[in-house]
Design a protein around this ligand. Structure first.
Ligand SMILES: O=C[C@H](O)COP(=O)(O)O
Length: 252
């Protein structure tokens, strides 16, 4: 099955209106031909989403970093999936390990957020990944199996879902798993999705690797079987780095 590469930038809690210059440089690169062969996605903070959508046009997709399970209501400070869609977002990240750690998000809550995303017509980018202790304990694949089972709702398809594998210990640390370890994790995720959703949809869901992806290691990581793109944190804040990572993606 051919899956088009998706390079997604997660700006996390970084960026002010001045950062839109970086976004515009990404958009220029996309218009210059980059988006012909690779899908580009940037998830800025919610405060920048509206302006980012205006700057990006059709060549680069925008997404939220989280959404509430409800469409509206008395939830001070939260943002709903229909609100993101209303601004022009097409994707939303759910279950990032920083949300799981900072806000105690459980697999069940993440699954409910993914469903809320689908209901609003958004693609859910569902994040999973083991902690350092779990990796040292040899539990990586069992953790991934458990998170896939409980964080990904029934009804996932290649059109409504992207899975991002982010080892927690690799996020923002400069550390990455070996290529062999990434290959094992992604092969396991692919098998698990195909068993549950069938070869068609399970084979169509894009699997991103995330955790310290940068221009210097992107080509090696993106060439691994079943790695269909990357979820990039720090390196997505600078257009030159993000563009270099996109250029390293296999063309499809
Ligand atoms: O969502 C992105 C990831 O958490 C990766 O962050 P990083 O590229 O800064 O390690």
């Amino acid at each position: 099955m051919t899956r088009r590469s998706l390079i997604a930038g997660n700006w996390k809690m970084n960026g002010t209106r001045a950062s839109l210059g970086e976004l515009r440089a990404m958009v220029d690169a996309a218009r210059g031909g980059l988006s012909a062969s690779v899908d580009l996605l940037v998830c800025p903070p919610a405060t920048l989403l509206s302006a980012a959508v205006e700057a990006a046009g059709e060549v680069l997709a925008l997404g939220g970093q989280d959404c509430h399970t409800a469409a509206s209501g008395a939830h001070t400070g939260d943002v709903s999936a229909p609100m993101l869609a209303d601004l022009g977002a097409r994707f939303v990240i759910v279950g990032h390990s920083e949300r799981r750690a900072d806000h105690g998000e459980t697999d069940a809550l993440v699954a409910a957020k993914a469903k809320a995303a689908w209901d609003a017509g958004l693609v859910a980018v569902i994040c999973i990944g083991e902690t350092e202790a779990e990796r040292k304990g040899g539990e990586t694949l069992s953790v991934l199996g458990r998170q896939l089972a409980a964080s990904v709702p029934d009804g996932a398809t290649g059109a409504n879902t992207v899975i991002a594998y982010e080892p927690v210990w690799a996020i923002g640390t400069g550390l990455t798993p070996t290529v062999a370890d990434v290959a094992d994790a992604h092969a396991f995720m692919r098998r698990t999705l195909e068993e549950r959703f069938g070869a068609g949809e399970g084979g169509a869901v894009r699997l991103l690797y995330g955790g310290s992806v940068k221009p210097s290691n992107a080509a090696e990581l993106l060439a691994v079987a079943n790695v269909d793109g990357a979820l990039v944190g720090g390196a997505s804040l600078k257009a030159a780095d993000f563009i270099a990572i996109c250029e390293a993606a296999p063309r499809g």
